[in-house]
Design a protein around this ligand. Structure first.
Ligand SMILES: C[S@@+](CC[C@H](N)C(=O)[O-])C[C@H]1O[C@@H](n2cnc3c(N)ncnc32)[C@H](O)[C@@H]1O
Length: 228
């Protein structure tokens, strides 16, 4: 048995009970170091821990797949929710295993940001640039989202398409300088928040644990009766 589990964007409080049970019962727990560290208190003392980084992930996942094929219960932990900016890693797990695996959704950093910024999903589009490959279609989509009057929650790509680069790209494409922006770092941990406009982002640096909310110029009507 092998399951891929969304493990909260930084804190155990944001792991589902199902995810926690699967980690507790696992013979093997695998994932990137920072994510394994989040679930470490739950891992059985006799369980094997396989940590990895970007460079050795393919080799380490092959190790995990071998243990899974040998009948060990394996839990691969993902940062936040698997379904937002996690599919390339999921592909690697499934390639190593040679078949589809169970996925257990988690709480995304995007959901935590939506809560901090008090925006609803209905009026907000989620986009990630934290992926390998050509970013062009995603960049174009971001422009369209803002033109359509929606908010955007955006994961930057360390280090070539960070918040300042995203702002430069949008402004060059004609986006209004008046868009309000929030950049949050280390959500659910030692949180830091920056607020300003797209123009104010020029020259500002953020860590790789940052996520942006770009607000629509005008909030959408609530649709409720009596609204002014
Ligand atoms: C590969 S993406 C994975 C996103 C994850 N699947 C999710 O749902 O949050 C990694 C990026 O997500 C963002 N991120 C993840 N956790 C975060 C947190 N606690 N605070 C701020 N940003 C976070 C950062 O931009 C980080 O570089």
């Amino acid at each position: 048995m092998i399951a891929c589990i969304g493990a909260g964007p930084g804190h155990l409080d944001f792991l589902t009970q199902k995810g926690a049970r699967l980690v507790r019962e696992a013979d093997v727990v695998a994932g990137f170091d920072a994510v394994v560290d989040v679930v470490r208190p739950l891992i059985a003392p006799e369980a094997r821990i396989v940590t990895m980084g970007y460079r050795d992930q393919v080799a380490r996942l092959e190790e995990v797949a071998e243990l899974h094929h040998a009948g060990q219960k394996c839990a691969v932990v993902f940062m936040g929710d698997i379904h937002f900016s996690g599919f390339q890693y999921l592909d690697r797990v499934e390639t190593a295993c040679g078949h589809q695996v169970e996925t257990v959704p988690g709480i995304s950093s995007a959901q935590v940001l939506a809560s901090r910024g008090r925006v609803c999903f209905d009026e907000t589009t989620f986009l990630t640039f934290h992926r390998r490959g050509d970013l062009t279609p995603f960049k174009t989509h971001l422009r369209e989202v803002l033109r359509a009057g929606r908010n955007a929650i955006v994961i930057p790509r360390p280090w070539d398409f960070m918040p300042r680069d995203i702002a430069t790209y949008l402004l060059a494409g004609g986006a209004s300088t008046a868009h309000r922006v929030e950049v949050w770092e280390n959500l659910t941990r030692q949180e830091a928040e920056w607020t300003g406009t797209l123009t104010d982002l020029e020259g500002r640096d953020f860590s790789d644990m940052s996520i942006m909310l770009i607000r629509a110029l005008t909030p959408m009507p609530t649709g409720l009766e009596g609204e002014r």
